[in-house]
Design a protein around this ligand. Sequence first.
Ligand code: CO
Length: 215
Amino acid sequence: MKSYEKLLLENKAWAAEKTGDDPEFFNRLAKLQTPEFLWIGCSDSRVPANEITGTQPGEIFVHRNIANMVVNTDVNLLAVLDYAVNHLKVKHVIVCGHYGCGGIKASITNSDFKPVLNMWLRNIKDVYRLHRETLDQITDPEVKADMLVELNVQEQVFNLAKTSIIQKAWKSENRPHLHGWVYGLKDGIIKPVYEMNAGTHIDQLYEYSYEDGKS
Ligand code: CO
């Protein structure tokens, strides 16, 4: 059997099990999704959003990229955010990084990963530069990388708050709340490291002015 054929076989078993437990499972989900959460996570295969949070299909709307970045020129991320906030009406947006993240480690090196990866990793290098004072003091490379993982998650939460998508929803509907989490590959535990409730004021430079939530 080819490796990918195993996936299709496992899928059949999974679907049968789901239907066995709950005959209406697929009928119900096929009609609509009403997830309460948007998850912005790392593409790393060891950090599957549903599995580590014990959630089912239909519960979390997911976007993943290398090192769980919120880049304001990323049309993919912004489309997902817009849809999740304005159409699905999610109550929480979670940015979840993970210790031992390869993207974060790569961003600290001086290696040339060639244009496309360099472009992406540059966003993480910018986070390092913002927190250089803290990070430069850490000598152990693993501890330093893990600290950057936490600081990066915090910065990506800020980046969400800087968008007009989030600011408008905060103003008109007092949601979504933003969460920065870090998952531990070694113990499977998620550590909340940063939180920003709807309506939190950020650096005034980034705040758009709306009247009663109307643009
Ligand atoms: Co990663």
